[in-house]
Every structure is written in structure tokens, then in C-alpha cells.
Design a binder for this molecule. Structure first.
Ligand SMILES: Nc1ncnc2c1ncn2[C@@H]1O[C@H](COP(=O)(O)OP(=O)(O)OP(=O)(O)O)[C@@H](O)[C@H]1O
Ligand SMILES: [Mg+2]
Length: 316
């Protein structure tokens, strides 16, 4: 079983308009409501790919009930910590011009001490029954930034491998517990290492650096430019398929699901990266906060090429 943990889930509301006019009335052409949060997205893709999945999430109020109902409809097992505070909303405004979306994300929380204690206890129990535990997303107020370090230590003690998908301080702190896998995107790695990628070799060197820090499997996602993975000092690059992009929200989370689905079925890193790319691309083709369809994932799979690469030496 694969478990995903979401500390700060959300209701994702996507509002479609032709073009955003600030300080004026905007006519809405369509609205979509969905459950959101990195671990939740990842679990939905895992489920679509046929992997037994449990979601651990902190949920509260009517918005929390909505998230729970979405998971129930998709047949995903939910272990919820009920919070006094309502689950937050994230609003995304999508223009038909193709411009990047405008998002309004509530912070979520505050989480009470007792709720956090319950979460740690639950994490202990689910880790014993899971092959992998995915920790993803922002940390709500009331919880310290070192929470992923604590949770990864708990998962390791229970015998599960951890995947961390976080940003900023939560990522820096979480890395100290040496998760089995991380899947930052380009900007997250640039921020983490204080570098700027100019070439593919720069990305490869960053993947090697993170591998040398004790991360067994480093996957760096590069949006429409595909992804790179590093295991045992070997670097793999996946060339993505060409797709008609609708909304890339959840592409990274879907990629983690694809990688884990393949690993769970005994595949090597090259095949895992391929399925990860296919799942990410399928989600880029789907509306708003929705994730990709299984049929699209397997159709895209045959279009993805994975090759081993070596970074060229730095010449400057
Ligand atoms: N436009 C695209 N065309 C083809 N594949 C894509 C596209 N966008 C994303 N993907 C696939 O999905 C993977 C993950 O996407 P991306 O790098 O955008 O993740 P992310 O920034 O972590 O996303 P999020 O955090 O919103 O889920 C990419 O490595 C790629 O394989
Ligand atoms: Mg991401």
C-alpha cells in the first residue's frame, strides 16, 4: 500500500474567464470545484493507475467534508485528522488567452497541538503498513517547518520509504531525515541549491549533488522539457511527449504517482521515470485541478524516450 500525507489540503476552485480585467467586473464562463493538495492529487493518480492507496489528511468543516466526498467517490481510503479550523480554499483564475493562471491560495490552519499529536500517531500506524509514504505540500500555521523531518523519521522507523515534495524551509529541514526520493521542479532545486540552470548539464549536476547528500532517488521535473532522475550516480533523462496543455496543476504530483506505481510493480528507474512523465503529461492535458485519465497515461507512455546522460564538465 502507498500512503500519501497532506497537512494542508484545499478545495480548489477554478474560474474560467476570457481575459482577466483587474478592478472591473469579470464574466465567468465556467467554474470547477475539486479536492486539492499534493498528497491528495498523487493518491488520485495512484488509484487511477490501480495502486492500493490511503490518504492521510487534516480536514475540517464543510470544505473538509467536500474533500472527503471526492476521495470517497474515487474509492480512496481516507484516514482523516479532524481539525477545528475549516479546510482552506484555493482559487485559480484561468484565462482563455493561454496566459499563466492567477491563483489565490489561503494559508490554511491554524492546527492545534492535539491535532498534531493525533497526526504523528496516525503516521506511525500507517507507516507500518505502507511500502511508500508520500509527504507533500505546504505546512499550515501551527505546525513547525521541521515537520517533514519528524514524519520521515517516523516512516523510516515503521519500515516505509519516504517521498518528499515540498519547497523552501520545509524541504531544507525534511532533507535532513534523508527521504528515499524527492521530486522538486526546476525552480525548487534552483532555490534549494542557490543556482540557476542554463543547460541540461546544470540540472544533471544538481541531481548528482542531491544524490550525494544521501537521497537514493532524485527526480527533477522540468515541465514541458521532461524530467531527470539520478540513482547510484547514474542520470536518466526523459524526453516528454507533445501534448495540448490545458492546466498543469497537479502534474508534479501525478509524476510521483507514476514513478511509484512502476517501482511498486518492480520496474527500474528508467521505466519509472517514463510512467512518471506520462502521468504528469496526462494531467497537463486535463482541466483545472483534475488529474489525468488512465487511458491518456498509457497512450502517452509509448511516446516517451528515456536515455542515460552524463553531465559535461564545467568549462568556466
Ligand atoms: N506541458 C507539458 N508537456 C508535457 N509534459 C508535461 C508538461 N507539463 C508537465 N509535464 C510532465 O509532468 C511532469 C511534472 O511537471 P512539472 O515539472 O510542471 O511539475 P510541478 O511544477 O511539480 O507541478 P505541480 O507542483 O503543480 O504538481 C514533467 O516533468 C513532465 O514530464
Ligand atoms: Mg510540484
Amino acid at each position: 500500500m502507498i500512503t500519501t500525507v497532506t497537512l494542508n489540503p484545499s478545495i480548489d476552485k477554478t474560474i474560467y474567464i476570457s481575459k482577466l480585467i483587474p478592478n472591473d467586473t469579470n464574466r465567468v464562463t465556467n467554474v470547477e470545484m475539486d479536492a486539492g493538495g499534493k498528497g491528495i492529487n498523487c493518491a488520485r493518480m495512484l488509484r487511477r493507475l490501480g495502486v492500493e492507496t490511503t490518504v492521510v489528511a487534516m480536514l475540517g468543516g464543510k470544505s473538509g467534508d467536500f474533500v472527503a466526498s471526492v476521495l470517497k467517490n474515487e474509492g480512496i481510503c481516507l484516514e482523516a485528522i479532524t481539525t477545528k479550523t475549516n479546510t482552506r480554499s484555493c482559487v485559480c483564475v484561468e484565462e482563455s488567452t493561454g496566459a499563466p493562471p492567477t491563483t489565490f491560495n489561503e494559508r490554511g490552519g491554524p492546527i492545534e497541538h492535539k491535532e498534531l499529536v493525533d497526526l504523528l500517531e496516525l503516521a506511525k500506524n500507517v507507516s507500518r503498513e505502507s511500502s511508500y509514504v508520500v509527504f507533500g505540500g505546504s505546512v499550515p500555521p501551527g505546525i513547525n517547518d521541521d515537520i517533514y523531518r519528524v514524519l520521515i523519521d517516523i516512516a523510516s522507523a515503521g519500515g516505509a520509504k519516504s517521498i518528499l515534495d515540498a519547497d523552501g524551509l520545509a524541504l531544507v529541514e525534511g532533507l535532513k531525515a534523508k527521504p528515499y526520493m524527492i521530486k522538486p521542479n526546476r525552480e525548487e532545486v534552483e532555490r534549494l541549491l542557490g543556482v540557476e540552470f542554463v543547460s541540461k548539464s546544470d540540472v544533471a549536476r544538481a541531481a548528482l549533488t542531491l544524490g550525494e547528500r544521501g537521497i537514493e532517488l532524485v527526480v527533477i521535473s522540468l515541465g514541458k522539457q521532461g524530467a531527470m532522475a539520478c540513482q547510484d550516480g547514474i542520470i536518466y533523462y526523459a524526453q516528454p511527449p507533445e501534448v495540448k496543455v490545458v492546466s498543469t496543476i497537479g502534474s508534479g504530483d501525478s509524476m510521483i504517482a507514476g514513478v511509484l506505481c512502476a517501482l511498486e510493480n518492480g520496474a527500474g528507474v528508467d521505466e519509472a521515470l517514463k510512467l512518471g512523465c506520462a502521468a504528469g503529461a496526462a494531467t497537463a492535458m486535463s482541466n483545472g485541478a483534475d488529474i489525468g485519465a488512465k487511458a491518456d497515461v498509457y497512450e502517452l507512455l509509448s511516446q516517451i524516450r528515456v536515455s542515460k546522460i552524463k553531465p559535461s564538465p564545467i568549462t568556466h
